[in-house]
Write a protein that binds this ligand. Structure first.
Ligand code: ADP
Length: 257
């Protein structure tokens, strides 16, 4: 039930007292729930055929079913990019339904941060290659396990690297570093792309917010979901950035011991 208390004095300076309005919002909540469920189901249904399209494209691209010429390979690459984008959007829609319904399902366990990094790099390799961007891992032998939901954390890191690629320039380098400190492990993704102005540094974590004039298409959902996923598992997601110079997005994870 929504309760609004309106001080009548604000409407008529001479009167005193309050008007209490009670409104039953149950039907709206039910509608909201049905909408969230519908979005989750449709996104889930879309994921399988899009994944099949990607596999088929890879078979064609890698010439497993016959030779292709350069022009055809170019066309296949552009279809694959679109398939990747569709998959990214369906993943975001699926995850935002979890966030909006307040039901982030966590599966916390001792996890290797290095494996999370390896997974996220593999997931972005083709996207980076197509723009001649190098994903450079700064190795520093960290084997400390962290307490995390490995699937969600891998999703967050994949998303951060994907953003770093999307908002960087062709032929640039993206650095991914692992750093251990007293309570945990930090994974940082540094790009030398377009950067984010001070004004928008916190706003980018709001749902649907996109920096005006962003160079790439997107939903504005990735970072909002990422921060919710990190905070739900007692972790952090922060950004340091300078407009025109680049950005560093850092996730913080707690040590398992
Ligand atoms: P999307 O990329 O789909 O718009 P995100 O939530 O991932 O949504 O990002 C929100 C906004 O933050 C983006 O629209 C972009 O303007 C900005 N942004 C995110 N990552 C970077 C980055 N690495 N460099 C510069 N801007 C970024």
């Amino acid at each position: 039930v929504d309760i609004a208390i309106v001080p009548t004095g604000e409407m008529q300076p001479s009167s005193i007292g309050h008007v209490i309005i009670l409104r039953n919002v149950t039907p709206y909540k039910e509608l909201d729930f049905a909408k969230t469920n519908f979005i989750a189901n449709v996104s889930h249904e879309l994921k399988t055929p899009i994944s099949s399209i990607k596999i088929t494209l890879d078979l064609l691209r890698n010439e497993r079913v016959g030779d292709t010429n350069e022009e055809q390979r170019g066309l296949l690459d552009s279809i694959r990019e679109d398939a990747d984008r569709l998959l990214k959007i369906t993943g975001e829609l699926l995850n935002i339904t979890q966030v909006e319904s307040g039901k982030i399902q966590l599966n916390i366990a001792g996890t290797s941060p290095r494996e999370i990094v390896q997974y996220a790099i593999a997931a972005n390799e083709m996207q980076a290659e197509s723009r001649d961007i190098r994903l450079q891992v700064e190795e520093n032998e960290i084997h400390t396990p962290v307490l995390a939901d490995s699937e969600k954390t891998a999703w967050v890191l994949t998303n951060l690297i994907s953003n770093a690629i999307r908002y960087s320039y062709d032929h640039s380098i993206i650095r991914i570093s692992l750093e251990e400190h007293e309570q945990g492990v930090r994974i940082a993704v540094t790009d030398s792309g377009q950067g984010i102005s001070q004004e928008y540094k916190e706003k980018i974590f709001d749902r649907y917010f996109r920096v005006p004039g962003s160079s790439r298409e997107g939903t504005g959902l990735g970072l909002a979901i990422s921060r919710e996923f990190m905070e739900a598992q007692d972790g952090t997601l922060t950004v340091e950035s300078e407009l025109g110079a680049g950005s560093t997005f850092t996730i913080g994870l707690k040590k398992a011991v």
